[in-house]
Design a protein around this ligand. Structure first.
Ligand SMILES: [Mg+2]
Length: 150
């Protein structure tokens, strides 16, 4: 069933059964085109940077509802960064197999996931102290890039 409420394969089968083979062939061609269009649409509607910040704002709202947003809570959100940074270090050490007793315990994908935890945690902490975290990120990124002409 396509997202448009049509099942082209089912329709093509019905046309085959009614001996409308050309129409069935055309329907199957359309089914493939619909599948391709749906894939392109799904790709085009992946979250934009704005959507990501909207998600971060929702996460902060959820945290606010659970824990409030007093200074102590903000401090704990910032402290959480240290926890996540430690997890990245643990994953990297596990990826390299540096500890001979443990050997290789992590994959590079796991290291990447831990780095994303750091990014999200920092974004949550940032959004907890400003309503315009995207402005701060954009300005800082621009400044850093200008520094090295990137
Ligand atoms: Mg983590």
């Amino acid at each position: 069933m396509s997202m448009y409420g049509i099942d082209p394969e089912e329709t093509a089968d019905a046309l085959d059964n009614a001996a409308h083979w050309d129409a069935a062939q055309l329907m199957r061609k359309m089914a493939k085109e619909i599948t391709d269009l749906e894939a392109r649409l799904a790709k085009a509607t992946q979250p934009s940077a704005d959507d990501k910040w909207a998600t971060i704002h929702r996460l902060v709202s959820w945290l606010d509802q659970q824990n409030g947003r007093k200074q102590e809570e903000i401090g704990l959100r910032i402290l959480k960064l240290a926890e996540e940074q430690g997890e990245v270090a643990q994953a990297w050490i596990g990826y390299t197999g540096q500890n001979p007793r443990k050997g290789t315990t992590h994959t590079l994908d796991q290291v990447a996931e831990e780095l994303v935890d750091v990014i999200v945690t920092a974004a949550v902490a940032l959004t907890s102290i400003t309503d315009k975290p995207d402005v701060f990120l954009d300005a800082k990124l621009k400044k850093i890039a200008e520094r090295v002409n990137a």
